[in-house]
Design a protein around this ligand. Structure first.
Ligand SMILES: O=C(O)CCC(=O)C(=O)O
Ligand SMILES: [Fe+2]
Length: 199
């Protein structure tokens, strides 16, 4: 960010760790888990549409209309890196068993969510993580303001995403047809909008 006459505006120190992590490539996290050449990930994120969101969930004097303040969902992209303060009514992730568990990054720690593109690349060896932000208990509601910092790694819109041959076991077929990341993004965005206008 450049200031008009005074030069670059320094980034708030609270944002340094997520920026430092975001500067690393998903490949750094994924190589060991999937044994895939780093170039595959690097090449798909050269003109990426990654995004940083700073989120404030306000406190409330009255009961919330829903049991969550961020509904259950999976993230669109490749990986999400996030941290948050320790207000009650925080993040939960859904295990394969169906149980929800609290995810509470401690100061200096980050949670990493697998986004929707990883199941495609890995032919379902990895699954994207359903997660939600629950409502605080009634006893805390009026002082439970929560802040999170969330960085979404998202591939280039024209990156062609398909199951990687290294992830298709012998005798197995590709579970997904090839499509660009832009196609994935549009498809999910439209289906999310359709769900939200259903009665
Ligand atoms: O605020 C959080 O902890 C999670 C936010 C989130 O899941 C999202 O913005 O996609
Ligand atoms: Fe999310």
């Amino acid at each position: 960010m450049a200031g008009a006459a005074s030069g670059p505006v320094p980034c708030h120190p609270a944002l340094h760790p997520p920026y430092a992590l975001a500067g690393r490539h998903p490949a750094a996290y994924l190589r060991s888990g999937l044994s895939i050449p780093e170039e595959i990930f690097l090449n798909a994120h050269r003109r990426n549409i990654s995004a940083l969101r700073l989120i404030c969930y306000p406190e409330s004097q009255t009961p919330l209309a829903t049991p969550t303040r961020g509904g259950a969902h999976t993230d669109y992209g490749s990986l999400t890196i996030l941290t948050a303060d320790n207000a009650t009514g925080g993040l939960q992730a859904k295990l394969r068993s169906g149980n929800w568990v609290d995810v509470s990054p401690q100061p200096g720690q980050f949670a990493i969510n697998i986004g929707d593109i990883m199941p495609v690349w890995s032919n379902d060896r990895w699954v994207s993580t359903p997660h939600r932000v629950v409502a605080p208990p009634a006893s805390d509601r009026s002082r439970s303001r929560r802040h999170s910092i969330v960085f979404f790694h998202q591939p280039d819109p024209d990156a062609r995403i398909a199951p990687l041959p290294a992830c298709i076991a012998s005798g197995e077929t590709a579970h997904y047809p090839p499509a660009t990341y832009g196609d994935h993004w549009r498809h999910k965005w439209l289906s999310t909008r359709q769900q939200s206008i259903l009665p």
